[in-house]
Design a protein around this ligand. Structure first.
Ligand SMILES: [Fe+2]
Length: 260
């Protein structure tokens, strides 16, 4: 599967791109099952009433392999299992599209993925302010895959379209975390605008530029938002990550992207 010129242009101007029905249904079902192997005890798979957050204090854990706190449940331990790599970055269509964006043969081979990232339903939790942020660890292209349906308002990966163009020069280096004084005012400005809710169905994916403003949406649905995440990294990142941002931010991308 290849991206069209229109899709590449959309990605360049908006900083993200949704593709529907990409992931293998057998593997998304397996991931939904795997999630419950080490769930907070009071959450019962067969009873959605128990899924409403926040996580009980006595069941919370900040241990990174299975982080459970508030409305967030980030089960990272399965991320190193090879079938999870096949589910997401090494899905043949996903890999081909990522190589189309970043260059054939230039991506680091994945040894794992971030894991299964969940947002519990908010229930009666009062409205919260937006939490626009840019990820700071070095990578090129983010990937979110939904392993279950995420309805509108259901805690999608939400983005501020086009914000990658503004945020890119507010970092001191091309790929590291340290930001300039321009970052925070820009972030605050985006927080006054509503992000785009990238809802979807099990099997849908979303590519996102590493400097796009985003947040895990507030989950106003009755179901658990379940996503798998991976970060594509080019083999050359150690050589470029400390350089200042480029005049042309697409020079690190494929020739096809540059020419669109
Ligand atoms: Fe993030």
């Amino acid at each position: 599967m290849r991206l069209t010129t229109e899709e590449i242009r959309f990605f360049k101007s908006q900083g993200y791109l949704v593709k529907r029905g990409i992931l293998d249904p057998e593997l998304t079902a397996r991931a939904r099952d795997r999630l419950w192997d080490d769930s907070p005890p009071s959450l019962r798979r067969d009873n959605p009433d128990t899924w409403i957050g926040p996580i009980k204090e006595e069941e919370a854990s900040e241990e990174s392999e299975n982080y459970k706190k508030g409305f967030r449940w980030q089960y990272r331990a399965p991320g190193r299992e090879q079938w999870m790599v096949q589910l997401l970055p090494k899905n043949a269509d996903v890999w081909e599209m990522a190589e189309q964006l970043l260059g054939r043969g230039l991506l680091k081979e994945p040894s794992g993925i971030r894991g299964i990232y969940c947002t519990l339903p908010y229930g009666d939790e009062p409205a919260r302010p937006n939490g626009c942020h840019v990820d700071g660890h070095p990578f090129h292209l983010g990937l979110v895959g939904y392993i279950d349906d995420v309805p509108e308002g259901g805690g999608s990966f939400s983005v501020w379209p086009g914000s990658h163009l503004g945020f890119y020069p507010t970092f001191i280096t091309r790929y590291k975390r340290e930001a300039t004084a321009q970052y925070e005012p820009l972030r605050e400005r985006f927080n006054t605008q509503a992000p785009v809710d990238c809802w979807g169905s099990a099997g849908d994916i979303l590519f996102w530029h590493h400097r796009i403003g985003h947040m895990a949406g507030h989950n106003r649905s009755r179901q658990i938002r379940q996503a798998v995440l991976y970060d594509f990294v080019k083999k050359e990142i150690e050589e470029t990550q400390d350089e200042p941002p480029l005049e042309d931010m697409w020079l690190d991308w494929s020739e096809e992207v540059q020419s669109c």
